[in-house]
Design a protein around this ligand. Structure first.
Ligand SMILES: [Ca+2]
Ligand SMILES: [Ca+2]
Length: 158
């Protein structure tokens, strides 16, 4: 009789334990539901899809931002690519090719890329090149991930 009673007691304890687990699970579910769908992942992208500078301005500065501060480090690679403007070692280079990596320390949300321009004396019209972002780590590649730089020609044609 006594043994049977003990078994009943341990069964009751197990049942209470299961009940508590179920309650905890329900609470986790309710909290997750209250928070809605998964929070939007952090995105990294240019602040603008186009930048316009005079070819004699010396440099162009592009800004890359995070959609929100991250608690971890975020890195993203960047590289320039010719369109109608060309980079060195071309004799008629309009800008200096630039490849690198931006590192956002935790809490940082903005970084700049500075590209050196090469002024010429050619009457050539406005020219463009692009800067691409790639290989984002710690964030998703956002939009725009490509920025177009337009170099305004400052030479008068004969
Ligand atoms: Ca010029
Ligand atoms: Ca020119």
């Amino acid at each position: 009789m006594c043994r049977y009673h003990l078994k009943l007691r341990s069964l009751a304890i197990v049942m209470i334990g299961l009940g508590l687990l179920a309650a905890a699970g329900l609470e986790v579910w309710a909290v997750a539901r209250a928070q809605g769908p998964n929070p939007q992942p952090i995105a990294v992208g240019f602040s603008s899809s186009s930048y316009t500078v005079g070819e004699g301005d010396g440099t162009v500065t592009l800004t890359v931002t995070l959609s929100e501060a991250s608690s971890g480090t975020v890195t993203v690679d960047y590289s320039t690519s010719d369109v109608t403007a060309v980079s060195e070692p071309s004799d008629a280079a309009d800008y200096v090719m630039s490849v690198g990596q931006l590192v956002f320390q935790p809490g940082q949300t903005s970084k700049t890329i500075v590209i050196t321009l090469i002024d010429d004396t050619c009457c050539e019209g406005n020219e463009t090149f692009v800067v691409n972002l790639a290989n984002a780590v710690g964030a998703n590649l956002g939009s725009p991930s490509t920025a177009t730089v337009t170099l305004l020609d400052d030479d008068s044609c004969p």
